[in-house]
Design a protein around this ligand. Structure first.
Ligand code: HEM
Length: 325
């Protein structure tokens, strides 16, 4: 009897020990090591997004592109070097904006606490604070992510969804990082802010099946409009179009309203009408902005946890654009 309880106690201690070595993200991870970090980031964001609200879209997209490739580890922020083409230079990332914004915030945080706060956390917090400061939803960002030391362009190409993907491919790519159909629809709703280049929809508008045609799932009137006034030819790589016309800096239900009218810009937007499950998730969002914000916050927090490096993994980069030597 006595030896039995001895073993029970031993097992409990062992489980506790294993648990304590598996570091996890936690709210306020820097409360002791750099107590002002989160405030510094918020202050910088609030002061600067006011004059450049379109950056909120760029930053949430950057966080998403970071998390889908090697986990949320700041790998998207790293510059290419002579022997390595980094994620930043992969086709899906060539339209990312706002790297300088993150680099500057990092240098402000470094001045307060050198070598403490990771670039991955700075990106996650900046994305949240910038979206919230334009009136969008607020979500929890537990911290403690460490920065990765690997950033490869080809991995970005394999892991990131593309505008021409169908529902099956989108679900596979989201599934690969532990996100489900609900997360796919909710997170796509972020595209209620921001802009796209005409190049991202050129094939859909001008050469859908290789015969000079337009994707029939795109609303005919809208397609005509885009071709006449915005993306006037297939080779236009510079013109920008609003994802949610008229409210590109307002985080609202505009994206879902566009999608149900068959006016989502990409095939990946139209794909969300392919199944009754995704249609039902959209219909639910359209009932209330508050409900959308609450569900969106849950999916964002989940996305922010994708394959994070914690504890002694990775490093705390000194500059976000280069791994420490
Ligand atoms: C479901 C798969 C997705 C695909 C295929 C996709 C694809 C794209 C593409 C092609 C663009 C336009 C790029 C350009 O031409 O400049 C874009 C923009 C954008 N995406 Fe997505 N996206 C997806 C999901 C998401 C998610 C999950 C988020 C955030 C949580 C997001 C946030 C944004 C934002 C905010 C923009 C505007 C960026 C800006 O203004 O610079 N997207 N997306």
């Amino acid at each position: 009897m006595e030896s039995q309880s001895y073993f029970k106690a031993l097992i409990i201690i062992l489980i506790a020990l294993i648990g304590s070595t598996q570091a996890q993200l936690q709210l306020g991870f820097y409360a002791k090591s750099c107590p002002k970090a989160e405030k510094i980031i918020l202050k910088y964001v609030v002061e600067h997004i006011r004059n450049a609200p379109s950056l909120a879209a760029a930053l949430i997209r950057m966080h998403f592109h970071d998390c889908f490739v090697n986990g949320c580890d700041g790998s998207v922020l790293v510059n290419s070097t002579q022997g390595n083409q980094a994620e930043k230079d992969s086709p899906p990332n060539l339209t990312l904006r706002g790297f300088g914004f993150i680099d500057t915030i990092k240098s402000v945080v470094e001045a307060e606490c050198p070598g403490v706060v990771s670039c991955a956390d700075i990106l996650a917090l900046t994305a949240r604070d910038s979206v919230h400061s334009i009136g969008g939803p607020y979500w929890n960002v537990p911290t403690g992510r460490r920065d990765g030391v690997i950033s490869k362009a080809e991995e970005a190409l394999l892991s990131l969804p593309a505008p021409f993907h169908n529902l099956t491919t989108l679900l596979t790519l989201f599934g690969n990082v532990g996100l489900d159909v609900n997360d796919l629809v909710l997170l796509s709703g972020a595209q209620t802010i921001g802009v796209s280049h005409c190049s991202s929809i050129a094939t859909r508008l001008y050469n859908f099946t290789g015969k000079g045609d337009t994707d029939p799932t795109l609303d005919n009137e809208y397609a005509k409009n885009l071709k006449t006034f915005k993306c006037k030819n297939i080779n236009d790589n510079t013109t920008l179009i609003e994802m949610d016309p008229g409210s590109r800096n307002t985080f609202d239900l505009g994206y879902f309203k566009q999608v149900v009218k068959r006016r989502g810009l990409f095939q990946s937007d139209a794909a969300l009408l392919e199944s009754s499950t995704t249609r039902a998730i959209i219909a639910r969002q359209l009932q209330s902005t508050q409900g959308f914000f609450a569900e969106f916050a849950k999916s964002m927090e989940k996305m922010g946890r994708i394959n994070v490096k914690t504890g002694t993994e990775g490093e705390i980069r000194k500059q976000c654009a280069r791994v420490n030597s």
